[in-house]
Ligand binder design. Structure first.
Ligand code: MLT
Length: 406
């Protein structure tokens, strides 16, 4: 008999965004004439920029010649992209091209990286949290059973609430692995360098590893807010960083991201010796992954060019303008809002249970957002909207929200 991995039975029956998509599809089927505005899942709406399209087209054309054709590529990514990343995104931070592992997106990397660690490792996540960090560890047997409140009994939770200014406090119980995401999904909040240093210092002192998801760093506008954890001294000893071209450059469909795994970050072997995570991740990727497509990596390379950067920055500015509109609109309605200035996400305190608010907005306004409860019990009275809609749809969504007189 093939016994299943029973850890899967501890998961919620469906992934948050699949559940939302199913509810929206059911509503749309019943209301075929209603225009639904989707500001739920953080999917982009603006087309790929001209530099990316040109790089894609050139790379496709190369494939039609014997000289330009590419078969299997390096599992870690092509040197041209790894070097462009180091030069453009990590100048002066001591990161080498052989510490960059290109992939088909940050979601897979943040989900898979925990495989390098023992099942017995204790995991700390924020509450609310991007559900992938929790689910991946539950699948691996580190989560334990659901405790009935929306949490898992085996995880350490770091509440991020209005009371602590959405800044996670150091845990009482010592974790081995700590997931941090800044700018934060879902709250849209950021950490200052000093606030991030607290975590780096803690990890160094307690021999813990930080998984730092900085998929939204390109939305940071405030000076002094760190874009990378490696801006903090000592982070190269304890942190792995994940980045993505999805929100930066509209690659949610194209798929490309990368993990930064400094050779100086180590874990402990059973005999007490230290093993570089860079070596283990390389071993994992070469066995289980065949590399991001060449044409996509050429497209990603174009994002790092001077012209490409100019073009993608203009698109990001548009998304940020939408986020600010949403934030201002909710504030004018008298609701408390965070995020939306250094992040595409706006986190609103709502006057009811977040799933009820989701249903109200969908049914009465045809607007889709994400109920805060889906990110953890601390999100129960919050709702997340994204700035990733088109400007027209964002304005229309705001008008519809106003008419609800919340
Ligand atoms: C979100 O809406 O939280 C993101 O789109 C999820 C993701 O990037 O996978």
């Amino acid at each position: 008999m093939a016994d299943i991995n029973a850890n899967y039975l501890n998961l919620r029956s469906s992934y948050l965004f699949s559940e939302i998509a199913a509810r929206v599809a059911a509503h749309a089927a019943k209301n075929p004439d209603q225009k639904i505005i989707r500001l739920g899942i953080g999917d982009v709406t603006q087309p790929l920029v001209p530099s990316v399209i040109k790089a894609l087209q050139d790379a496709v054309n190369e494939q039609s010649t014997a000289a330009g054709f590419k078969g299997y590529g390096p599992e870690q990514g092509y040197d041209f992209l790894r070097e462009a990343i180091v030069k453009d995104s990590y100048p002066g931070l001591g990161i080498g091209a052989d510490e960059i592992f290109v992939s088909d997106g940050a979601k897979c990397d943040v989900g898979n990286f925990q495989e390098l660690f023992a099942t017995g490792c204790k995991v700390a996540i924020t509450d609310p949290v991007y559900p992938v960090y929790a689910d991946a560890n539950v699948m691996a047997g580190r989560g334990g059973a659901p405790d009935g409140s929306g949490r898992f009994a085996g995880m350490i939770y770091l509440p991020c609430t209005a009371e602590n200014g959405f800044v996670p406090e150091l845990p009482k119980e010592k974790p081995d692995l700590i997931y941090l995401c800044y700018p934060n999904n879902p709250t849209g909040t950021v950490l200052t360098r000093d606030q991030l240093k607290v975590w780096v210092d803690y990890a160094r002192k307690n021999d813990a590893i930080i998984f730092y998801d900085s998929a939204y760093e390109c939305f940071i506008r405030e000076p002094g807010i760190p874009h990378s954890i490696y801006e903090v001294d000592g982070a190269r000893e304890v942190a792995v960083e994940f980045r993505s071209y999805s929100k930066t450059a509209g690659f949610t469909g194209l798929r490309c991201g990368y993990a930064v795994v400094p050779k100086t970050v180590t874990g402990k072997a059973p005999d007490g010796s230290r093993v570089a995570l860079n070596t283990l991740w390389n071993r994992r990727q070469t066995t289980k992954y065949n590399g991001c497509p060449y044409i996509v990596q050429r497209a990603a390379e174009a994002v790092h060019s001077a012209q490409g950067k100019k073009e993608v920055t203009a698109v990001v500015e548009g998304y940020l303008a939408n986020s600010k509109l949403i934030k201002n609109a909710f504030e004018k309605m008298g609701l408390t809002v965070v995020g939306g200035t250094n992040a595409p996400y706006v986190w609103v305190k709502v006057p009811m249970n977040s799933w009820d608010f989701f249903t109200l907005l969908l049914e009465k306004a045809g607007v889709v957002g994400t109920p805060g409860a889906g990110f953890g019990p601390s999100g129960q009275e919050y709702f997340r909207l994204t700035g990733f809609g088109s400007p027209e749809n964002t304005r229309e969504a705001i008008e519809r929200l106003r008419s609800l007189k919340l």
